[in-house]
Design a protein around this ligand. Structure first.
Ligand code: BES
Ligand code: MN
Ligand code: ZN
Length: 470
């Protein structure tokens, strides 16, 4: 996408964005064009209700101009998410080149238009003989608008989507680490990979045990970006990197297992965020860690009843091998606190089915022990239409983690399962301000009306903006 202020070619379609009962078209339309539009609106009793389209065709010299006027409803009822939803609905399925214009400031929001074009143009088609066809969108404006940041955000979001959509026979802890190394070179951040020996040397036994039954042994992916040498503040991001979750010995039923290639979405999200942070060269220091492993089965699987010593030093009684994410994350959180010395942590994880039951598939549940961080994160996510909702962290849920045989166990009861999972993670953050985003419902087949099926890429933009504005 580009912003142009001079017509240099003809487009397959000219798209005009208008509010209901308004007729201030872009100045790029000639006077007789405007007159024709007014007549046709009247004749078709078109007023510009939300998603209403009026097609107008006319000649300029010998060229047929094809124009669609797209309504967004009443200006008083406008919200950025209406722009997202209406534009996505219209653009998804269009072909060829499209020139968008609008005289309204709200509708001509190029950051959002760019975001939506990115959503429309992403296809997971690597394994399809027939490839998705991208639309070629430009925006007309006399203003000087820079969309570089928005384009980089799309690129970073697509990195995340691709890593998530790729199946587990392609993305395993090894290949995820390799791809992250390449991304670090391409986007400009440091990557260090700690292998299974290093993981054991560091005492990250929870992570090691979750991943040891797979032929692809666990890896700890560490990414570092230093954009502000004058500060020792470091934002720490941690992303769950289960490249596949069979449930382990507590095997998942087949239909719950089907989408478990997406169990590394938290990891892919922080990788995508690092791409955006580094390529936009923001003035912050950001460290991201992904505990990458596969929850698989062999004769060496970890089992219910096992007692494992965490990197933090606490012994953990294993109850259900399908509650593996919090184990891998616990050691990663200890690592980022102790070894990277970050000043705050945000972890992102497809952690619990309970979260999905509670909030559905377009709102992420967020737990935080810092009001300030939560409110900044909420503003950042809202800016990109990413819905989040704050969840409670009552200490009563921590009591459920008491164990008869170890310092703690890793899960409570079914009721409030997303909260007891969060309480488990909170222990490992110790005194560092900590925030946890449970994206089990929003990572894949997010039902916000401007995403395609499959990986949503949600929160790459929100987390990028959080780091930038922090
Ligand atoms: N990866 C799953 C959570 C999940 C479920 C993500 C559905 C996306 C969609 C996680 O590892 C898991 O299996 N959690 C269990 C925990 C339970 C055993 C305490 C769950 O939610 O059922
Ligand atoms: Mn699981
Ligand atoms: Zn999982």
């Amino acid at each position: 996408m580009k912003v142009i202020n001079k017509l240099e070619k003809f487009y397959d379609k000219n798209l005009l964005l208008i509010f209901e009962d308004e007729n201030n078209y872009c100045d790029c339309i000639p006077e007789d064009g405007k007159k024709l539009i007014e007549k046709l609106k009247e004749k078709n009793s078109f007023t510009g209700k939300r998603s209403e389209v009026l097609s107008v065709n006319y000649f300029v010299n010998d060229t047929l101009i094809s124009m669609d006027i797209l309504g967004f409803g009443k200006k008083e009822e406008f919200s950025e998410n209406i722009l997202r939803e209406t534009l996505f609905k219209y653009l998804n399925g269009q072909k060829g080149s499209i020139l968008i214009s609008s005289n309204s400031k709200e509708l001509g929001n190029t950051d959002i238009i760019c975001e939506i074009v990115g959503n429309v143009n992403y296809y997971f088609d690597e394994f399809k003989s027939e490839k998705g066809k991208k639309i070629d969108v430009d925006f007309f404006s006399f203003d000087n608008i820079d969309i570089t940041e928005a384009l980089i955000l799309n690129e970073a979001t697509d990195v995340t989507r691709e890593l998530v959509n790729l199946p587990a026979n392609i993305i395993n802890p090894d290949t995820l680490a390799e791809r992250t190394l390449l991304l670090g070179k391409e986007f400009g951040f440091e990557v260090e990979i700690l292998d299974e020996n290093k993981i054991q040397d560091l005492g990250m036994n929870l992570l090691y045990n979750v991943g040891k039954a797979s032929v692809n042994k666990p890896k700890l992916i560490v990414m570092r970006y230093f954009g502000d040498s004058s500060s020792d503040e470091k934002i720490g991001l941690v992303g769950k990197g289960l490249t596949y979750d069979t449930g382990g010995l507590c095997l998942k039923p087949a239909d719950s297992m089907l989408t478990m290639k997406d169990d590394m979405t938290g990891g892919a999200t922080v990788i995508g965020t690092m791409c955006a942070v580094a390529k936009n060269k923001i003035k912050r220091n950001v460290i991201a860690v992904v505990p990458a492993c596969e929850n698989s089965i062999n004769g060496n699987s970890y089992r219910p009843g096992d007692i494992i010593k965490s990197m933090n030093g606490k012994s953990v009684e294993i109850i259900n091998t399908d509650a593996e994410g919090r184990l891998a994350l616990a050691d990663a959180i200890t690592y980022i606190v102790r070894n990277e010395k970050v000043s705050e942590i945000i972890d992102v994880a497809t952690l619990t089915g309970a979260m999905m039951v509670a909030l559905g598939t377009f709102i992420t549940g967020v737990f935080s022990n810092s009001d300030d961080i939560y409110s900044k994160l909420e503003n950042s996510c809202n800016k990109y239409g990413e819905r989040i909702w704050r969840m409670p962290l009552d200490n009563q849920f921590k009591e459920l983690l008491k164990s008869e045989v170890a310092d703690i166990k890793h899960m409570g009861t079914r009721w409030g399962g997303a909260i007891s999972a969060a309480k488990f993670l909170e222990i490992f953050a110790e005194d560092t301000p900590w925030t946890h985003m449970d994206i089990a419902g929003t990572a894949f087949d997010n039902s916000s009306k401007w995403f395609k099926k499959g990986a949503s890429g949600v929160h790459v933009k929100g987390l990028y903006n959080y780091c930038k504005e922090r």
